[in-house]
Design a protein around this ligand. Structure first.
Ligand code: MN
Length: 155
């Protein structure tokens, strides 16, 4: 298949060490106060339909967090920098640089950066995927019934 120069990204995209990459769009999340996430940005590093998956990089400021959500598609995550905590189902785990986390289908998940430093993670995902769903009030109450989860959500 011939390379399509309009569609193909450059083969080399250096970083300057700022957790951004040349030619990669930086997407800070909008925050209007009602957003279910905090101080987190997204960059899609690789998106190739022939691979069927894409690799994103999420970066959170200290105390930032990703959306608490679940969906049918799975995630393969590597903590890229920093440390914090991860909610997976009703389990809360400390996570640190280079840890791997597999997020199965329909499993509640959220990442929270420690209070003192940024945390970033790589996330591999299907290119074609279902939309994430947020917990209902009842589902959130059920999650909060687990003390460790309540502490995590309030941290
Ligand atoms: Mn997700």
């Amino acid at each position: 298949r011939p390379m399509d120069s309009e569609q193909s990204p450059p083969l080399f995209r250096p970083t300057d060490g700022s957790y951004r990459w040349n030619g990669v769009a930086y997407q800070p999340y909008k925050q209007d106060g009602s957003a279910p996430f905090k101080d987190i940005s997204r960059q899609t590093l690789f998106l190739d339909p022939t691979l069927g998956c894409e690799l994103r990089y999420f970066d959170m400021d200290a105390a930032g967090y990703s959306t608490l959500e679940r969906h049918e598609h799975t995630h393969a995550v590597m903590i890229f920098r920093g440390r914090g905590q991860c909610l997976l189902g009703t389990e809360v785990r400390d996570v640190k640089e280079h840890d791997l986390i597999t997020i199965p289908a329909w499993t509640w998940h959220q990442f929270r950066a420690s209070g003192d430093a940024p945390m970033g993670f790589l996330c591999m995902v299907n290119t074609v995927r279902d939309r994430p769903v947020l917990p209902t009030e009842a589902e959130l109450a059920a999650l909060r019934a687990v003390p460790a989860v309540a502490r995590f959500l309030d941290s």
